[in-house]
Design a protein around this ligand. Structure first.
Ligand SMILES: Nc1ncnc2c1ncn2[C@@H]1O[C@H](COP(=O)(O)OP(=O)(O)OP(=O)(O)O)[C@@H](O)[C@H]1O
Ligand SMILES: [Mg+2]
Length: 437
């Protein structure tokens, strides 16, 4: 026997009503035709006409409702996409018992949350709105991604009025990643942006900010830095980049090429470099002070100052060495770091931390919390996302590829959003040589 626990939706119930109506009317017509033929009244033909028109009107109304519901006025492709996705989602709600119960013409029915779906003109992305119904069940129990055909949830949040769960979706068949086979191609993409904005992929551009890059070994952190550093070298404003690489690995090699005097790999060198960075920031502070008096909310970029970026690869390994030092030294370093993190934005001085994990033992919480931009690359553990973005934040479900991950950035992405750093299919050191000449 079929399981009887599943309720019908209002639409299903309406369908049943219509079906019964159709059967009744058909039977009535047949019956009338029979009586008419027996009694030779000649009225059946009028009755038949009436019933046929009635059914046609109902049919047309149904089509009209379908067109409006699925926004067929935006095109048939739009409507079919809309129809299939909404249908699958409603089925998922029903299967997961995610609804309120209600009476409809004496029948208990399932009142499903309202679903609204909007696509961009090219169907590459869209927004899904699911009504926030009062129910003791989390929406997480429903496999929303399953109903979305080829679309992937990129970001999920509650609308401002809390009436809807909003899902930003995009077509997984399209790749947001840039693939550069030469530095010229990268330069070309970079030339579209202003001097203080960097691109990550085809849809993500971010202003300069203090940043954190987290990811397991091999997730593409250092390559992410390369793609950003190369962009800096392409800009019309000179970028002052500082490289601290306690592991003395590839980033130090790149640093030596770009700016030997601003590259450090052992503890003392790194501390002096930090000191130098701070001194320059203090100098900028006095320079910019008078100008700021004329324009309160302005930053270094408004006065065309050069940005200074201090890149700290493998910060945790620096931290480990530092912990073995005397307290005075540790405090001094932490003071240098926190000064930049707290004051640097307006002055154009930014710290970028790169590490495999960012828990409080490796990066002090007050530093982490004051870094506006955070990337978590590759597939990370839940704990890694929690330390980077905080608790209760939804992370898009996906198998992240090399250089791919999620990030947050003020205004651009207030909740974690998917990004994909450029694939660099050329010799990076050669490219740096090329850009420096
Ligand atoms: N965007 C990319 N373009 C081309 N190759 C890449 C890219 N990202 C990663 N790779 C490849 O993956 C390897 C590992 O990447 P990367 O060195 O950036 O990882 P990582 O996160 O810095 O690792 P670790 O924590 O060990 O330093 C690189 O050597 C490179 O071959
Ligand atoms: Mg690395």
């Amino acid at each position: 026997m079929l399981k009887q626990s599943k309720l019908r939706t209002q639409r299903q119930q309406n369908g049943i009503f219509l079906f019964i109506l159709f059967i009744l009317l058909s039977t009535l017509t047949l019956l009338l035709s029979y009586i008419d033929s027996q009694l030779e009244l000649g009225v059946a033909i009028y009755f038949n006409k009436f019933i046929t028109s009635f059914l046609i009107v109902i049919f047309l109304i149904q089509i009209f409702i379908w067109i409006i519901r699925n926004k067929a006025y935006k095109g048939i492709k739009y409507a079919i996409h809309h129809y299939l996705i909404v249908l699958k989602l409603r089925k998922a709600f029903l299967d997961a018992n995610y609804y309120n119960k209600r009476f409809y013409f004496n029948n208990e029915i399932a009142d499903l949350p309202k679903v609204r779906l909007e696509f961009s003109d090219d169907f590459l992305e869209g927004k899904l709105f699911i009504e926030n119904i009062k129910i003791n069940k989390s929406l997480d129990e429903i496999n929303v991604s399953f109903g979305l055909m080829d679309y992937i949830v990129e970001r999920q949040y509650l609308s401002d009025n809390e009436n809807y769960h909003v899902f930003e979706i995009y077509d997984s068949n399209i790749d947001q990643q840039f693939i550069f086979n030469s530095i010229d191609e990268l330069q070309e993409s970079s030339s579209r942006l202003d001097n203080y904005t960097l691109f990550i992929d085809k849809s993500v551009e971010i202003p300069l900010h203090g940043s954190l890059f987290v990811g397991q070994t091999g997730s593409g952190k250092t390559y992410a830095l390369y793609s950003l550093v190369l962009q800096m070298l392409c800009k019309n404003v000179p970028y002052n980049i500082y490289f601290a690489d306690p592991k003395n690995s590839s980033l130090a090699v790149l640093g030596e090429k770009i700016s030997k005097q601003n590259t450090a790999s052992n503890l003392n060198e790194i501390i002096s470099l930090l000191q130098k960075f701070n001194d320059l920031m203090e100098k900028r502070k006095t320079e910019i002070k008078d100008k700021l008096a004329t324009k309160l909310e302005a930053t270094y970029a408004d006065f065309n100052y050069e940005p200074h970026i201090f890149i700290f690869d493998e910060f945790a390994s620096f931290q480990t060495v530092l912990q073995a030092m005397e307290k005075k030294k540790r405090d001094e370093v932490m003071k240098l770091l926190s000064q930049v993190v707290l004051q640097g934005r307006q002055l154009g001085f930014f710290l970028w931390f790169v590490m495999q994990k960012s828990d409080a033992t490796q990066l002090p919480t007050y530093l982490r919390e004051n870094l506006p931009v955070k990337f978590v690359l590759g597939n990370a553990e839940k704990q890694t996302y929690t330390t980077a973005f905080g608790t209760g934040v939804d992370i898009p479900v996906k198998d992240f590829k090399l250089g791919q991950g999620v990030f947050t950035c003020p205004i651009v992405a207030n909740t974690p959003k998917i990004c994909h750093f450029s694939y660099l299919n050329f010799d990076i050191l050669e490219a740096v040589n090329h850009l420096k000449t």
